[in-house]
Ligand binder design. Structure first.
Ligand SMILES: [Zn+2]
Length: 271
């Protein structure tokens, strides 16, 4: 499964009004309006609505940050998502005030049928990009930097939201990380992904790296044990306020990024 597709891209794209024929439906309790193209199935709609709802509630109630609307959640079938190149390899995207899931993507189809929790984790992930854009830590275009943090944070908070709301288990999150290729020998050292993008195995490794980072940050006394994701939010807010990301990293996680790279590489070698 892993080689099939580019997983999730954070990409700036200003939706225009037209060009995406869809019916509209709100996600109750959130500022999100789903735009559903003809032929999208009920199981797709439920998975997106639940993933978004879990992510929104987790941010608001557990992390104290509310996504401001309006947010458009496109569910593509006839069209691709905005950054898709027509081969349907892009499963989802998210940015300032919008997200998109391609319901004709092969992996999405498999997940909706067989691994509902992993399907819900995709809109939950994309919704984190909406928050990141709001907080100012979602670089776009040539400015994209600390990419493994942006994507790992989206993956981790998305899954934590599902676990927090009893829609998924921590064991399922760890299984997805492993199956998607976090330990794939072709993965480059983490620092490579400050600026380079990746596909499914790399996304899995970045998710694992964020889990490891938060464990280290708790051990260093820099993140609260009961809700370590708060350190990710602080990192975002510091970057959004104009701090360089390496300085924001040091202050938010209690160690310089190069030290974390060394610790992470040692932990991987010890596996
Ligand atoms: Zn993403």
């Amino acid at each position: 499964m892993a080689g099939l597709l580019a997983l999730i891209a954070a990409r700036a794209f200003a939706f225009g009004g037209g060009g995406f024929a869809a019916s509209s439906r709100p996600v109750p309790g959130t500022p999100v309006e789903m735009l559903i193209q003809d032929g999208v199935g009920d199981a797709d709609v439920r998975a997106v609505a639940e993933g978004v709802r879990a992510s929104h509630d987790f941010m608001r109630l557990a992390l104290g940050r509310t996504v401001r609307g309006p947010v458009k959640a496109r569910m593509a079938r006839e069209d691709t998502c905005p950054g898709g190149d027509g081969d349907r390899s892009l499963i989802g995207e998210g940015g300032a005030g919008w997200l998109c899931v391609d319901t004709r993507n092969v992996e999405w189809r498999l997940l909706v049928r067989n691994h509902r929790d992993e399907a819900m984790a995709i809109p939950a992930h994309e919704y984190v990009h909406v928050l990141q854009a709001q907080l100012g830590c979602l670089p776009t275009g040539d400015d994209r930097d600390f990419r493994w943090i942006v994507e790992g944070m989206a993956g981790h908070i998305g899954w934590e939201a599902l676990i927090w709301s009893d829609r998924a288990s921590d064991a399922a999150a760890r299984r997805a990380i492993r199956h998607d290729g976090a330990h794939d020998p072709s993965n480059e050292p983490l620092r490579h992904y400050e600026r380079s993008g990746g596909r499914t195995p790399q996304y899995a490794e970045w998710h694992l790296a964020i889990r490891t980072l938060l464990d280290e940050a708790v051990a260093a006394g820099a993140a609260p044990r009961e809700r370590p994701e708060a350190a990710l939010i602080r990192f975002c807010e510091r970057v959004g306020a104009g701090s360089g990301w390496r300085g924001a990293f040091m202050r938010s996680f209690g160690m310089p990024v190069f030290e974390f790279y060394a610790r992470y590489a040692a932990a991987e070698r010890g596996r």
